[in-house]
Design a protein around this ligand. Structure first.
Ligand code: ADP
Ligand code: MG
Length: 593
């Protein structure tokens, strides 16, 4: 390995040369206290930036074992250091030439404490992966500026962000404790018969629909649990905490429009993640297998058994293996529920705002006008209890629009002026007083759930691409791929923000997968689907087994095995989100039942 001095000399020598000459600096350098690895050098100043890593031995970094020894703390420490590196880099950085010249950046972070491939801490070392825009004027190397960037600024950033001694110890401690306590609380839920916990004093509203930071304290109403639902926990680090426990079973959130129902449900949906201190939702925790469900007309559905909800479609279309390129609101919602169950969901979160009305309700008058035989849909109201009784899957449902659901709820929470009340008894009394006289349409049982088996076909639909060029007349000619064209090379992958994945020839719309919070998660989904396609699609293994096999690699140091080289821009996901994306691939094909 050569030294930082040699790197400086090389950069000065490259000054004024064409940009391609930067390739010379690829390699490893010994800096005082850490090693710098220049893994990939960009081809020109406007291309994706260069990829670098810093590896600092623990003898130098000095993180005490208690900061990383539990899994919760390790993830929180890595999250904290990523933020610190990002903050310091942003403060030091200045634009130094054309394109992304002068950029030093680590993966962007959000309100959530997540495991990211940008930063690693082990007993032996601390490793940061980041990108650098190597400076140029036009396409000419600015060697002196590059030397300042890599040999002066970088050691400064590293020194201020990766050394334990240079950090704020109490702030770091808080970060670790908040995360560890949140994980502990989430683990306690099932033991207490709960699916979610919302602490007293929590601040749920966000600044805006596109800004996930907390609403300013002066205008936000703090959450306060009704006494009847209040539970207490004694956290390992931060001691006693009280708040509202949402029991297993069927829970309704009712209340007037604009009184905070959806805000509460959204906070619960994101309670599968830990948040950073100061977020306002610290220690609001939800069952780790809770899935937000919504209607999504237009999505594609492949071979899903939606027969618990939908039967006798026009033209005799099968609903035990339902396939469409263009789902309706109700079929999309039915399919999303069945898919979530297949992928292991334990709790469903449903909001009337984003549901198909005919999927949710069918009242007595409509039953009288349109006979059951002419209505393919069995509404959710007739299935929601069976889901709990037969499969132990709970539901939290925001429903301000129909009191018919009082009949099927275990718990009813009313939001009034952003505050919850327990109105379960009242709702029961009302249900008795004003009987709906609806006929239950759901039968005795929810219905069977069966796992689907994906076929080993390229998922990025080469057939479709081929067909395009074939029929478009611009084709290269030659043979069309066969049905069982086994994949060899990786498909093109690109994550466009949190709601779109480009996978080969296909663009997958993930905007309805509401529990994705960072673009790095979409990137990991792409890498994971490519990995499944290349290594485990064999036409025999059902989807849940494919998910089980890959699960360990989604959330540990094994993340690196999913990509051809170590990437710093991946963020952990649950198998549930992977399944959601997989199910939305238009090129998915299944073994016939
Ligand atoms: P609903 O679903 O009951 O119609 P929302 O949850 O959409 O109502 O909330 C309506 C508005 O009130 C939103 O702009 C939201 O940010 C705001 N809001 C929600 N909860 C609070 C709160 N606790 N304090 C202040 N504003 C809130
Ligand atoms: Mg709402």
């Amino acid at each position: 390995m050569t030294t930082d001095q040699l790197l400086r000399q090389t950069l000065l020598r490259l000054d004024g040369l064409g940009y391609k000459a930067y390739k010379d600096i690829q390699g490893s350098y010994e800096f005082p206290g850490f090693a710098l690895h220049i893994d990939y050098v960009q081809g020109d100043p406007f291309a994706a930036p260069s990829r670098l890593r810093v590896v600092m031995p623990q003898s130098q970094a000095g993180f005490p074992a208690e900061t990383w020894q539990s899994r919760s703390r390790e993830i929180a420490l890595r999250d904290y250091l990523t933020r610190q590196f990002g903050r310091v880099a942003a403060a030091v950085r200045e634009k130094r030439g054309s394109g992304n010249s002068g950029l030093i950046a680590i993966a962007p972070t959000s309100q959530y404490i997540l495991e990211r491939s940008a930063l690693w801490v082990t007993e032996a070392s601390v490793e940061a992966r980041f990108s650098v825009g190597l400076p140029a004027r036009g396409r000419q190397i600015l060697g002196r500026t590059a030397a300042e960037l890599l040999c002066d600024d970088l050691p400064l950033i590293v020194g201020r962000s990766l050394l334990y001694a240079s950090l704020n110890p109490s702030e770091l401690q808080r970060h670790l404790e908040v995360a560890e306590d949140a994980d502990w609380l989430r683990d306690q839920l099932a033991r207490r018969g709960l699916v979610a916990f919302v602490p007293d004093g929590a601040l749920l509203p966000r600044q805006s629909g596109i800004d996930d930071r907390p609403l300013k304290e002066s205008s936000a109403v703090q959450f306060r649990s009704p006494d009847s639902l209040r539970v207490e926990f004694d956290r390992p680090n931060q001691g006693p905490i009280a708040g509202m426990g949402i029991p297993q079973g069927v829970t309704l959130i009712v209340g007037g429009g604009y009184h905070g129902k959806s805000t509460l449900l959204r906070a619960i949906a994101l309670g599968v993640y830990n948040v950073i201190p100061g977020d306002g939702r610290e220690h609001l925790v939800t069952d780790a297998a809770a899935v937000k469900i919504r209607a999504e007309d237009g999505r594609s559905i492949t071979g899903v058994d939606i027969s618990p909800f939908i039967n006798h479609l026009p033209q005799g279309r099968s609903t035990t293996s339902f396939t469409t390129e263009n789902a309706s609101g109700s079929t999309s919602q039915a399919a999303s529920i069945v898919e979530a169950l297949e992928a292991g969901a334990r709790v469903l979160l449903v909001d009337e705002d984003t549901s198909a009305t005919n999927f949710m309700i069918r009242d007595r008058r409509m039953q009288a006008l349109v006979a059951k035989e002419r209505e393919p849909i069995t509404p959710f109201i007739d299935k929601i209890r069976q889901l709990y009784q037969d499969y132990d899957v709970s539901t939290i449902l925001v429903m301000g629009g129909s009191g018919d659901y009082f009949d099927v709820a275990d718990t009813v929470i009313a939001m009034t002026d952003y505050q919850p009340q327990d109105v379960t008894e009242q709702a029961r009394a009302i249900a008795t007083q004003f009987a709906t006289h609806r006929a239950a349409e759901g039968g005795d049982q929810f219905g069977s759930l069966s796992a689907r088996v994906p076929l080993p076909k390229r998922l990025d639909s080469p057939e479709k691409r081929w067909e395009k060029s074939w029929h478009g007349g611009r084709g290269r000619g030659g043979n069309r791929p066969t049905e069982d064209d086994r994949p060899e090379r990786s498909p093109k992958l690109k994550a466009r923000d949190v709601d779109e994945l480009v996978f080969g020839a296909e663009t997958v719309d993930l905007s309805a997968v509401e529990q994705l919070v960072e673009v790095g998660q979409v990137r990991l989904i792409g890498a994971a689907i490519a990995h499944i396609q290349q290594h485990s699609l064999d036409g025999r293994r059902p989807l849940p087994e494919l998910l089980r096999q890959i699960a360990p690699q989604l959330a540990t140091a094994q993340i690196d095995r999913l990509t051809p080289y170590p990437q710093g821009d991946l963020v952990t996901i649950r198998p549930l989100e992977l399944a959601a994306a997989f199910n939305r691939l238009r090129s998915l094909s299944l073994k016939e039942k």
